[in-house]
Design a protein around this ligand. Structure first.
Ligand code: FAD
Length: 477
């Protein structure tokens, strides 16, 4: 740490107390590395404010002294947004101590929480009041609601409940100069002027730091039907989705595509799993429907499955007979990510394709990858009901590490070029951060870029907050 960094840390300590600042290498480890463990940043220090006023005080101090800031939640983001720059000049502002659940209102179905609350804790607290907060995905034990809002996270239940954008009623945000914007309304209808709340959602920390939110809740489902279904092809999975939407009276909450290769990665990642079906199939769908009240949900799902079997959309399947069996089916979906990570460098994409053209896209993209690198392994899975695929690629295992990175870079460009022909999106739910910035900038129109740059300039003219995330930093780099 340089002497000026040490002086800054001392001044931050005067604002936050010693628990509020980390500056020594031994304490910084987990704030510097990303989830996959492939990249490392180097922060100036880590500030850990414990209240909105403390966040505002830190930001005012940084603004007055021209210090760059990187907001950090649970640090599970997959596009390097929360990872500090390598340049040693960014202060991480971690929200981890801002973690109070203030109130749950089971009558109006709302919840008031700090930005640093862990998503799983929010879900659990809602459940204890017979309510349900639907945002859910494998990182929920670590990610924070502020990070979820900043990235407009998606996850497993989007097709029924929407992305985070649809789950937030109110926000409190510390602006890049340290002012506090209070938008903590709990209103379902509020149509006054431009919607600043929606502007902050998905802004990846570039417009302000989310310190508190009012979330939308739903009645806790008292029935859930979870099934792992073997399907012959991606095309059949998409057709089955259409049948399931209609056949489940719009109670479908999850519809995940899983190829056999990912099932095997899940088995590699944990010894708690075994194949739920006696035969191996090329593709599977993890389907979940849920309901509250007097509905024969199991009967509805069984009828759907019989109908799909008759149409040859379905080859085999298992409908969970208990909540623990359902949890094991979900463990497959969660563990396959760990299985991928254990294989080392791999291409991770998060793309959106018009739903009706998913099968066509997979065929074209896979033919292109096969032609360019026949020994690579394509893993295509995802939230198929949202048209959101993770079209991932494992490079040949025998390749040297540096060659793997170069190959994956080229294959990403190839997949994105196929995606362009389908008018898809190169980021369905993870955002742009720093990792997808170059590919996104190649595709954004100059008019759109000028509008976005103008918005950033209104909030953060000095480009101190989350600089070089989404938009390229100008001036100081
Ligand atoms: C195993 C695994 C599975 C995942 N599955 C999904 C999935 O299904 N769907 C999905 O959408 N994502 C998924 N993700 C990605 C990730 O979990 C989400 O992007 C999550 O919303 C990030 O939250 P976080 O608190 O970890 O944010 P971080 O990683 O800490 O930060 C993400 C971005 O938000 C900014 N930020 C963080 N907190 C704040 C704040 N309070 N105010 C302003 N800006 C802030 C950061 O600067 C950064 O740009 C997954 C990740 C992992 C590791």
């Amino acid at each position: 740490m340089t002497s000026s960094a040490s002086a800054i840390a001392d001044q931050l300590t005067a604002l936050l107390g010693s628990r509020g600042v980390l500056q020594h290498d031994a304490d910084l480890g987990r704030y510097m590395e990303d989830w996959a463990g492939h990249r490392r940043g180097r922060p100036l220090a880590v500030a850990r404010p414990a209240s909105t006023e403390e966040v505002a005080a830190v930001v005012r101090f940084c603004h007055a002294n021209g210090i760059r800031m990187a907001p950090q939640g649970g640090h599970t983001g997959l596009v390097d947004g929360a990872l500090p720059a390598e340049t040693d000049d960014e202060l991480i502002i971690s929200l981890e101590r801002l973690n109070r659940i203030h109130a749950i209102d089971p009558i109006s179905f709302t919840m008031d929480v700090d930005g640093g609350c862990i998503l799983a804790d929010i879900r659990e607290a809602a459940q204890a009041q017979a309510c349900f907060f639907p945002l859910s995905f494998a990182a929920q034990g670590s990610c924070q609601i502020g990070g979820n809002i900043a990235t407009n996270a998606g996850g497993m239940n989007v097709l029924r409940y929407g992305v985070t954008r649809e789950l937030v009623l109110g926000l409190e945000v510390v602006l890049p100069d340290g002012r506090i914007w209070n938008g903590m309304k709990a209103l379902r209808k509020d149509n006054r002027g431009y919607n600043l709340r929606q502007l902050f959602i998905g802004s990846e920390g570039t417009l302000g730091i989310i310190t508190r939110a009012v979330l939308k809740l739903f009645p806790k489902p008292d029935q859930t039907a979870t099934a792992l279904l073997a399907v012959p092809s991606v095309e059949a999975a998409v057709r089955l989705y259409g049948e399931a939407r209609r056949g489940c009276s719009d109670l479908l909450s999850a519809f995940e595509l899983i190829p056999r290769s990912c099932l095997e990665l899940a088995f590699e990642a944990t010894d708690q799993l075994s194949d739920p079906l006696s035969t191996a199939y090329p593709y599977y769908v993890l389907l979940e429907a849920s309901a509250t009240g007097p509905i024969e949900l199991d009967t509805m799902v069984e009828q759907l499955l019989e109908h799909a079997m008759a149409q040859e959309l379905l080859l085999d399947g298992v409908l969970a007979a208990s909540s623990s069996q359902a949890e094991r089916l979900w463990l497959i979906r969660e563990s396959m990510l760990e299985g991928q990570r254990a294989r080392g460098p791999h291409l991770r994409t998060d793309i959106a394709v018009p739903l009706a053209r998913i099968a066509e896209f997979v065929t074209e993209a896979s033919a292109a990858v096969e032609a360019a690198s026949p020994d690579s392994t394509v893993l295509v899975y995802g939230h198929i009901g949202d048209g959101n695929l993770h079209y991932n690629i494992l490079p040949p295992s025998q390749l040297p590490e540096a060659d793997k990175h170069a190959l994956l870079h080229d294959l990403e460009a190839l997949v994105f070029s196929v995606l362009d022909r389908f008018d898809g999106s190169l980021s369905a739910e993870h955002g742009i951060g720093r990792l997808k910035q170059a590919a996104w900038l190649e595709r954004v129109s100059s008019d759109e870029l000028a509008l976005l740059t103008g918005i950033k300039a209104v909030f953060d003219p000095d480009q101190l907050l989350a600089a070089n995330r989404i938009l390229p930093a100008s001036g100081r780099d």
